[in-house]
Design a protein around this ligand. Structure first.
Ligand SMILES: [Zn+2]
Ligand SMILES: [Zn+2]
Length: 268
């Protein structure tokens, strides 16, 4: 099982050479298994994924959206447009209230947010709206969900493929006390991809913004017995120099862990 990183930045892209080592694009990860592709969020990194798929497009694609903030969906039109007509497309998200997922996806793909002409791709896209806490099958992979505390809500995903599993938890206000259900959700995973956007000082000044720190992510990894942490949703104000220092701090406390780098492929 390989997890490919197409974008690891949070909030908005970070341009310039000072950000090149960890990358510029916003949230997008993928797991390929034969002819099936599972995509975790579709930020600007999804446009890079779209280009990479041109040579050998998958036959089935399941796109899991944690939530609908711009940095997680702005690349969705480019990804959908790039896939051939015979590719089976499914979009999954947990939505509160009465709004239909199909309507929300349609809005993203339509004027005034996007030029006309691609809304037709919706005709061949299945939209699956799941209650918070639901489990479902996505091609060969089993997916579990867990609601996260974030302005407007967000969803964590646990993806199982064979005997390996990863937890993707981004855009969450780290709790002062870890709930037993949250620990159980991550328990025994091989890899934890977790929001580490803020330093402790930044987090203290921005409580309620719905993000986390390396310390908060390590608390969950420790409690859930997850051996490897990959920090994610990098602060677009943190340049490579600062990111390398933060990563060194992480590695000293949890050898084998890292901060996600755009373009890398993580073996799980
Ligand atoms: Zn975000
Ligand atoms: Zn968000």
């Amino acid at each position: 099982m390989y997890l490919d990183v197409w974008g690891a930045r949070g909030s908005h892209p970070a341009s310039g050479m000072a950000f090149s080592r960890f990358g510029h694009h916003t949230a997008c990860l993928s797991v390929r298994s034969g002819d099936h592709l599972l995509v975790l969020d579709a930020g600007t990194g999804a446009s890079a994924l779209a280009r990479a798929l041109e040579a050998a497009p998958p036959r089935e694609v399941d796109i899991l959206l944690s939530h609908f903030h711009h940095d997680h969906v702005i690349g969705l039109p480019y990804l959908l447009m790039s896939l051939p007509p015979d590719t089976a497309l499914r979009i999954h998200a947990a939505l509160e209230g009465h709004e239909a997922l199909a309507e929300r996806i349609s809005a993203i793909l339509s004027p005034p947010y996007f030029p006309p002409g691609i809304a037709g791709v919706l005709g061949r896209t299945e939209c699956h709206q799941h209650p918070a806490g639901a489990s479902f099958q996505a091609g060969p992979m089993q997916v579990e969900t867990h609601p996260l505390e974030h302005p407007g809500g967000s969803t964590a995903f646990r993806v199982r493929c064979g005997d390996r599993s990863l937890v993707y938890a981004t855009d969450l206000e780290q709790p002062d006390v870890l709930a037993a259900e949250w620990i159980a959700f991550a328990c025994g995973a091989d890899l934890l991809v977790h929001d580490t956007m803020f330093t402790e000082a930044e987090w203290s000044a921005r409580r309620g913004w719905g993000h986390a720190t390396i310390e908060g992510a390590l608390r969950l990894a420790d409690a859930a017995g997850v051996p490897r942490l990959v920090g994610f949703h990098h602060n677009p104000a943190h340049d490579d120099e600062m990111m390398l220092l933060r990563e060194l701090d992480l590695v000293l406390r949890r050898p084998g862990s890292s901060l996600a780098r755009e373009g890398e492929s993580l073996s799980i």
